[in-house]
Ligand binder design. Structure first.
Ligand code: HEC
Length: 107
């Protein structure tokens, strides 16, 4: 009983540790730039302010530890999502990542 309890505490601490480590710091200007790009180019499918994505991916649930997947899918497109690499620079796509990760609250 005592062992089980300390195991549970250990897991909880480990989980808190991981989520804190996965959180990146973003410059406010980058988040803002990403938000502007998002509302113009992504909102029509993913929903205004990432809410109400209907058929498209709900970006609020995008895994925080899969940045490469994000950059790749946004640059090259995925199924019915068009590729954005021709329109945006790598740096601009980084701003989209900043916005999606920081979420609506921080913009
Ligand atoms: C024409 C509609 C449309 C637009 C505009 C659009 N998306 Fe998407 N997006 C989709 C759809 C549909 C999916 C789901 C693709 C799938 O998994 O089949 C998707 C998926 C994604 C994913 C998840 C990819 C993955 O690896 O699973 C990301 C990230 C994403 N979109 C980002 C963006 C960003 C950033 C923009 C703006 C630059 C954008 N999308 C604009 C339709 C769109």
């Amino acid at each position: 009983m005592k062992l089980k309890f300390s195991l549970a505490i250990g897991c909880a601490v480990a989980m808190i540790g991981t989520s804190a480590a996965a959180q990146e710091e973003f410059a406010p200007e980058k988040i803002k730039q990403g938000a502007g790009m998002y509302s113009q180019h992504c909102a029509p499918c993913h929903g205004p302010r990432m809410a109400d994505p209907e058929g498209a991916f709900d970006l609020r649930t995008f895994p925080t530890d899969q940045k490469n997947r994000f950059l790749n899918s946004v640059t090259k497109g995925k199924n019915s999502m068009p590729p954005w690499g021709g329109l945006f620079s790598a740096d601009e796509i980084e701003s989209l990542w900043a916005y999606v990760m920081a979420g609506e609250k921080k913009r």
